[in-house]
Design a binder for this molecule. Sequence first.
Ligand code: ATP
Length: 499
Amino acid sequence: MSQAPATSLQDIVSHAKEYGFVFPSSEIYDGLQAVYDYGQNGVELKNNLKNIWWKAMTQLNDNRSGGPIVGIDAAIFMHPLTWKASGHIDGFNDPMIDNKDSKKRYRADQLLEGKAEQYAAEGKAEKAQELLNEMGRLLGNNELEAVRELIIAEGIKCPISGTTNWTEVRQFNLMFSTQVGSVAEDSTVIYLRPETAQGIFVNFLNVQKSGRMKIPFGIAQIGKAFRNEIVARQFTFRMREFEQMEMQFFVRPGTEMEWYEKWRDTRLKFHQAVGLPAEKLKFHIHEKLAHYANAAVDIEYQFPFGFREIEGIHSRTDFDLKSHQELSKKKQQYFDNDLDENGKPFGNYIPYVVETSVGADRLFLAVFCQAFTKETVGEGDSQKERTVLKLHPALAPFKAAIFPLVKKDGLPEKAEEIVKALRGEFRVFYEERDAIGKRYTRQDLIGTPFCIAVDYQTLEDNTVTIRHRDSMEQERVHISELKAKIGYAVSEQRILELI
Ligand code: ATP
């Protein structure tokens, strides 16, 4: 087998649409920019990823491994003061700039980062770093006019119009707002949450008290988040409505760096376990830290469009709980009765937090890009090209497809028996149409790891052929062995054991 050249994002988008993974939202009306719907296969793959993340958090962590993690499911709407406390109302902005000729809008920081990437590619690493430092300084001081001047001085042109005819730079808040209340006069502006984390912070004491949790412990959540991204490109990488899987780990102040390192390493292992190879993952340590963090690192995956963030691990100090305490006037303290080195209880404190935050849609895209394979198979005259989704079997939408060789002579009935025996445990697909080769091809395209063929010999000795997706090898096994044979290969346990 030989591998074809690198895939483009366009190949991924087309395959995702054609085989029921991701559709543009409201496509019959020409779609809605940066909003996508998951189709019949996409929802299965995404749910499998979410389930594994959920289990990796809530099942693999307990007192013996350092601290338990429990889950919650908070509402998308939250009291507006939440976003005041978190800093989102005042500071969740991106600097935007328009090109007057093309009327296209850009993120000023991304234009400068693009230029820095270009310098780096030309071997001018120092120049690239200087530019990023200068950008960081200007944005940090909110010197927006100077940011515009820098863009012009660097000769950055609009890729559409090719001109440097730029407007001023403006800050744009990324939160979507709407109103609650039935009458216009008493309606209040509320926001669609831009991150799920705040739902965890405001419930910290509820969970701690009702679950009698001892620090360290974590709270995990999966849910929708909304950001009015200025430039939304690159498919499900940057959406306006997306899903986050976040975990806040509450620790004793002073111990946060140990936990930060532990979570950084554990999360890297997770990504490898779901099938992203080590050489396509890297850490990107933040030099310029957000207002709430004392350490931060991104895990980046090499997408067809370059290394980009899929997850952030942030040491958030006590910033969030402290701000909520100040604004709500409700104490957010924990009483720690463990003893310090002088034999005294640690006493009351606001815990520090280490957060892991991964986008379900970005993880989906990374796993999908990684699995998407075009290869040449066979020898000599029987050589052919095939496209196959080499998903980890535990992530595949269907675990097995069952095919009677022909649609007669009792083969469908025999195949049906197998479907019935397996379907309670795994998602299986049954098909009797077309030549068996075609049926294999269709399963390769959606990543089904095993195809089970029922033929005349099956009627005699209860054996079937299992065809393996990646090697395309076939083996003959007894029907009674199927569950065991497929079961472990497609089990989430196989992934969880690696984390
Ligand atoms: P970026 O710099 O790419 O905008 P971010 O640093 O703002 O991302 P965080 O606020 O740290 O992202 O969010 C945590 C995770 O949520 C990201 O690692 C990413 O996986 C996901 N995420 C954030 N914004 C989006 C989006 N617009 N679409 C899809 N996923 C997103």
